[in-house]
Design a protein around this ligand. Structure first.
Ligand SMILES: Cc1cc2nc3c(=O)[nH]c(=O)nc-3n(C[C@H](O)[C@H](O)[C@H](O)COP(=O)(O)OP(=O)(O)OC[C@H]3O[C@@H](n4cnc5c(N)ncnc54)[C@H](O)[C@@H]3O)c2cc1C
Length: 340
């Protein structure tokens, strides 16, 4: 079976971690199937990036490194990815589920007559068949499936495979020529607007997810709300612990309703049924009640703790490993002091 690990480079010309994780999945699948592995790289410095994974055991390395694919753009990325899949004669294509690929690969699947599945978390090869798993219904149901159709494109979720590690070398990547049409080049990326690195509160690689709930904005025992204090305590903690920031829906909604709230919080931070499902080794929920739709987003947090004034909160009813029945303002002030 011909397996292609299809990856792209990032702005610095290197391969993103998600690409190396996909490469691990492809190497393992290839070993299970006794197939032939190829690596296809697109983006700036594609051939040099192929050299960094030269020791992965691939029989062939293919690259599209033209200036046209230096920046993510649907039309050129789709044309380049289709050319790489066709040049490799790939039957199974594994690609990282990055925003760049999530955008263009469904169109690529159509162009090369392939089937495509996204959010793959497990892959295994057995007797010539490929079996995949992904979660459905907001991570409540784990589905196992296989397809006979070839090519079959599988977008692999980040954070489930170890990043490939091995020797670099001379991959001698074969440059694949792509005939870009004039209209493929119509759209230009003119700049990137992003918050400063220290203002970025969503940190997928952090050891700890700190979740703030609506309680931070509620009246406290003196009858007053202390939103300014809450903001300072939370930001101080995030900076010291290098934690990622999550939020309950209630807290995000208060923000959109225009009430005074935490300025650094947006709907992007929301964790839960309608929010994200982050994966961190540890999680700490503060001033949030631990309701089911919220707690479902914590499915992949290994160790869960919560601070809540209410001994009957949802966390105390079996959703957290440890619940501190305490005032989160006091607890976090003490924690910040201990962190120095
Ligand atoms: C279909 C559906 C989908 C939903 N999806 C999501 C989702 O994706 N994500 C999500 O978050 N929610 C979701 N919800 C809403 C969810 O059910 C809850 O309403 C919401 O998560 C509650 O947020 P909260 O715990 O921050 O607020 P609250 O329920 O208001 O809880 C505030 C908590 O703060 C505590 N508290 C107050 N002061 C302090 C203090 N000083 N120290 C310690 N504790 C204190 C209180 O005891 C209370 O438990 C969904 C609901 C529905 C119906």
């Amino acid at each position: 079976m011909k397996i292609l690990a299809l990856v792209h480079t990032q702005a610095d010309g290197g391969l993103p971690k998600a690409a190396l994780e996909t490469l691990t999945a492809a190497v393992n699948l290839n070993a299970q199937l006794g197939g032939t592995l190829a690596v296809g790289v697109l983006g700036a410095n594609a051939a040099a990036a192929a050299d960094t994974v030269a020791g992965c055991g691939a029989a062939a390395f293919l690259a599209v490194g033209d200036a046209s694919v230096a920046q993510p753009r649907y039309a050129t990325d789709a044309a380049a990815a289709a050319a790489l899949i066709q040049a490799a004669g790939a039957e199974i294509v594994l690609a990282p589920g990055t925003s760049r690929f999530a955008r263009c690969l469904p169109g690529v699947a159509h162009r090369v007559g392939a089937q495509i599945d996204t959010h793959i978390v497990t892959l295994c090869g057995e007797g010539g068949a490929v079996h995949a798993q992904r979660w459905f219904y907001r991570q409540r149901i784990l589905g196992s499936f296989s397809r006979a159709a070839r090519p079959w494109l599988l977008l692999v979720d980040a954070g489930v495979h170890a990043a490939w590690q091995g020797s670099a070398g001379a991959a001698h990547a074969q440059a694949v020529a792509v005939a870009f049409a004039d209209e493929d080049l119509r759209t230009a990326v003119t700049g990137i607007q992003a918050p400063a690195a220290d203002a970025q509160t969503i940190r997928p690689d952090a050891q700890l997810l700190f979740v703030a709930g609506a309680g931070w904005t509620k009246k406290q025992k003196d009858g007053q709300a202390h939103i300014g204090d809450a903001g300072r305590l939370i930001q101080d903690f995030l900076g010291k612990a290098k934690a990622s920031l999550g939020s309950s829906k209630s807290l995000v909604d208060i923000q959109s309703e225009g009430q005074e709230t935490l300025s650094f919080m947006s709907h992007m931070n929301q964790v839960g049924q309608t929010g994200s499902t982050p994966r961190h080794p540890k999680g700490l929920a503060t001033c949030c009640h631990g309701e089911e739709p919220h707690a479902v987003g914590w499915r992949f947090i290994n160790e869960r703790r919560a601070v809540n004034l209410d001994p009957n909160c949802g966390w105390a009813q079996g959703k957290a490993d440890v619940v501190y029945v305490a005032d989160a303002f006091e607890v976090m002030a003490k924690v910040n002091a201990l962190l120095g």
